[in-house]
Design a binder for this molecule. Structure first.
Ligand code: GDP
Ligand code: IMO
Ligand code: MG
Length: 432
């Protein structure tokens, strides 16, 4: 396998974890490159459901390195819970100690980040982003404002003390005077950070330069993205985005080995689109078809339990995603969700509601999205159970027609077709 980045190509929850899990079998090191515990990744294997937020899903295999890169933000309390939950599912403590490695450069989500994420959303009222309230925006804000705490800081008491003297008064002023929230004493924060240090210590990879050098020279690398291109801080539906770069370029930064090591970017697309939280969604279905997709697709958020909004596959977004996401092949998931549908629609262009202008160029100014309506191409459903298909040839003719059109429309080959949540329910169409 080429060194591959798994990139969410829509609004997140495309089934990245399933694709990562499958490709991880052929990789030596799996690197999560951005995001935080806002992510909710599900892997189904041996009739068990594993839920991940930060831990790379490669942990399900023995003898893989699972590396949390510098581009990720870590809320230690959440990571602790995640590891505990995964231990209950049978992943041993030894497995975590052997495989899980955390970059000392990753940033820590602090308690005040969680507070201000929630309060910030509340103060936005109807204009809220609909965040996961996991402190993601505030953590990245502090990172880029050079007021963050990194994992390595926890291991340097003197420098940490100095940093807190600079950072904490400002945080407290915002907590108290902007949001009317409880402030933190330095002692409280230091005690928390001591807890974080003790918990993280077995996993922190101080010799990361050696690990990554070795990976670059001798190993097959899989980069695991979170969220999706349309939630990218630069290219997504700003401001209804997350605060990091899910695009494959993000793997170059957050992975720590530059762009040249990434030989393939598998864009994960659902056969339809879902979105959680606020923000524009041109192909959203608020009718019974939307409900049907939501029910059959079991579209509930893993992190927040929220119902996901559903709509038809948006080719305009997908084309844009292929471009800015740097996507070189398509992993299409949840095709089985359409097994009972008479017809399936695919948005091939947007029509301007007043001028009638037709475009397949994605309008980046989201305040204008309400001016457009989707132009659909309709495909006949296949009306049969495809969840047991193992090869492309076994798929019904109508499914093949849909897939061929998609490849042609996006001018990108399909590498993987997923026809169910389980590892086994996967068809390889082209090699990665
Ligand atoms: P991620 O955040 O991109 O990793 O995706 P999530 O795990 O949040 O959501 C994808 C959901 O779809 C999970 O519950 C998966 O188990 C499930 N899933 C993945 N691929 C397929 C598929 O091909 N068919 C069906 N029916 N479910 C799938
Ligand atoms: P995975 O990795 C779907 C959404 C939130 C909100 C916006 C900003 O499972 O695909 P944030 O908490 O990041 O500041 O929220 O981004 N969001 C996701 N939506 N899947 C995710 O992750 C998401 N992570 C964040 O709902 O709209
Ligand atoms: Mg998810």
């Amino acid at each position: 396998m080429k060194n591959t980045a798994v990139v969410g190509a829509q609004f997140g929850d495309e089934g990245k974890a399933k694709i990562t899990d499958i490709l991880a079998s052929k990789a030596d090191i799996i690197i999560r490159y951005q995001g935080g515990c806002n992510a909710g990744h599900t892997v189904v294997y041996n009739n068990k459901k594993y839920k991940f937020h930060l831990v790379p899903s490669g942990i399900l295999y023995e003898n893989k390195i699972c590396f949390i890169g510098a581009g990720v933000v870590i809320y230690p309390e959440n990571l602790k819970n995640e590891i505990e939950e995964l231990k209950k599912e049978g992943i041993s403590e030894e497995q975590f100690k052997k495989s899980l490695k955390i970059s000392p450069l990753a940033h820590i989500t602090m308690p005040y980040h969680i507070d201000t994420d929630g309060a910030g959303e509340k103060s936005l009222g109807q204009n809220k982003i609909g965040t996961t309230k996991k402190g993601i925006g505030p953590t990245y804000t502090d990172k880029y404002n050079r007021k963050g705490i990194r994992v390595e800081d926890l291991f340097n008491e003197k420098s940490l003390d100095k940093k807190l003297d600079i950072i904490l008064p400002e945080k407290n002023a915002v907590l108290e005077h902007v949001y009317g929230l409880k402030t933190y004493t330095k002692e409280e924060i230091k005690a928390k950070l001591k807890e974080y240090k003790e918990f993280l210590a077995p996993y922190v990879c101080f010799d990361w330069q050696k690990v990554l050098s070795d990976a670059k020279e001798n190993k097959t690398i899989l980069f695991e993205g979170a969220q999706g291109v349309l939630l990218d801080i630069d290219y997504g539906t700003y401001p209804f985005v997350t605060s990091s770069n899910p695009i494959s370029g993000g793997a170059a930064v957050g992975g720590g080995m530059g762009a040249m090591v990434i030989q393939e970017a598998a864009g994960v697309f659902k056969a339809y689109i879902t979105r959680v939280g606020e923000g524009p969604f041109i192909t959203e279905l608020t009718d019974e078809t939307g409900d049907k997709i939501q029910t059959i697709g079991a579209e509930f958020g893993v992190t927040t339990g929220r119902k996901r909004r559903c709509g038809w596959f948006d080719g305009v977004i997908a084309k844009y995603s292929v471009l800015v996401g740097g996507i070189s092949s398509i992993a299409l998931t949840k095709l089985d969700v359409f097994d009972t549908f008479d017809e399936i629609k695919l948005c091939v262009a947007y029509k301007h509601k007043t001028t009638g202008e037709i475009t397949d160029v994605y309008p980046t100014d989201v305040s204008k999205h309400s001016e457009y309506e989707p132009v659909y191409k309709t495909f006949k459903g296949w009306k049969s159970d495809i969840s047991k298909a193992k090869t492309y040839e076994e798929l019904p003719e109508n499914a093949k027609i849909y897939l061929s059109y998609l490849e042609e429309y996006l001018n990108t080959k399909i590498s993987i077709i997923s026809v169910g949540p389980d590892r086994e329910q996967t068809i390889f169409k082209n090699s990665i």
